[in-house]
Write a protein that binds this ligand. Structure first.
Ligand code: IPM
Ligand code: MN
Length: 369
């Protein structure tokens, strides 16, 4: 089969890690006989420099024509002027909105052999393996009004937190569908003690829960959850929450395992496992880490997050389960047997470059039965 992928590698380490993902797809083609076709488009700072905008209409249009989008990262000090009207991040926000990527899936997994790279104690981290589902196309990120102005010389700004019931229902359903296939416990996070949107969120979550009697729904305040992620992360299996809470908590969850360089993400426009809300729009896959300008161009980036995002693409966009598992077990084996990039190595340890780690993954894939 032939699969068409839009590749938007962006800024900083984005291009370096995306290149390794393509290399890994090359080994998957070789082993399983698929064909992957790439459509390269610009996004972020590179697009601002060249086209004056963080993503062009043409680039957005061609994303829609592919079956999936592989995204690197955007941003860097060069484009960080807070007074600038155009920001690299606008590129990813536009993509999320235009592709209707309402469900962002962020796994927080702790590799046993990396526990010592984590800032948390070993006992706390044993058996930690949960996923955060973050609403991605509404809430504070997109609500209107969103602006800043002056009143009698005083500077004022506003962002708007708004959700309608359909936006809540579809993402909560993703939570239930995932929970159904895992440990059958779903934590829904909100701030219902303060916010109207959170009270609506809770009400809708309760309504949806009647369609999933096999799944236990637990509501938790988001601030309490922030604490529990540190003190007892193993209580979680699937978490669903709104855009901003999900943004903050998923960064928190990503570091407990030791490195953001290990964690992938998928952004979907339909509910996996359900026929409802089926979308023909491509899903987007990206590492959780950002553009890391301090290490870019030095071969120090860990390609694993991008490669695992590519595995998620194979599974969810193309239905290639075996191929996805083949990548995931190659990485598991390599990490457990001591392969390290700089971010996950201890101070005195030897480490592999971005490319060398990519090569190791390739040979593991080709040599594994
Ligand atoms: C993320 C990032 C983005 C966000 C930025 C780059 C706009 O932090 O994907 O979590 O805030 O959503
Ligand atoms: Mn973030």
């Amino acid at each position: 089969m032939k699969y068409k992928i839009a590749v938007l590698s962006g800024d900083g380490i984005g291009p370096e890690v995306t290149k390794e993902s393509e290399k890994i797809l090359g080994s998957i083609s070789e082993k399983f006989g698929h064909q992957f076709e790439y459509d390269y488009q610009e996004v972020g700072g590179v697009s601002i420099d060249k086209n004056g905008v963080a993503i062009t209409e043409e680039a957005l249009g061609s994303c829609l024509e592919n079956q999936a989008v592989l995204f690197g990262s955007v941003g860097g000090p060069k484009w960080d002027d807070p007074n600038s009207e155009i920001r690299p991040e606008d590129g990813i926000l536009k993509l999320r909105k235009q592709l209707d990527l309402f469900a962002n899936i962020r796994p927080a997994k702790v590799y046993k052999s990396l526990i010592d790279s984590s800032p948390l104690k070993r006992e706390i981290l044993e058996d930690v393996d949960f996923i955060i589902i973050r609403e991605l196309t509404s809430g504070l990120y997109f609500g209107e009004p969103k602006k800043r102005w002056k009143d009698n010389g005083k500077r004022i700004a506003v962002d708007t937190l708004k959700y309608d019931e359909d936006e809540i229902r579809r993402v909560v359903k993703v939570g239930f569908e995932m929970a159904k296939k895992r440990k059958k416990v779903l934590h829904s996070l909100d701030k219902m003690n303060v916010m109207a949107t959170s009270r609506l969120w809770r009400e809708i979550a309760e309504e949806v829960s009647s369609e999933y009697p096999e799944v236990e729904l637990i509501h938790m305040l988001a601030d309490n959850a922030a604490m529990q992620i540190i003190t007892s992360p193993s209580i979680f299996d699937v978490i669903v929450t709104e855009n901003t809470f999900g943004d903050i908590l998923s960064d928190e969850a990503a570091v407990i395992g030791g490195s953001m360089g290990m964690l992938p993400s998928a952004s979907l426009s339909s509910i996996p496992g359900s026929n409802e809300n089926n979308s023909s729009k491509p899903a987007l896959y990206e590492p959780i880490h950002g553009s890391a300008p301090d290490i870019s161009g030095k071969g120090l980036a860990n390609p694993v997050a991008s490669v695992l995002s590519t595995a998620m693409m194979l599974r969810w966009s193309f239905g290639l389960d075996e191929e996805a598992s083949c990548i995931e077990s190659a990485i598991d084996e390599l990490i457990e047997s001591g392969a390290r990039t700089k971010d996950i190595s201890l101070a005195s340890e030897e480490f592999l470059s971005t490319q060398e780690m990519g090569d190791k993954i390739v040979s593991k894939i080709l040599n594994n039965e």
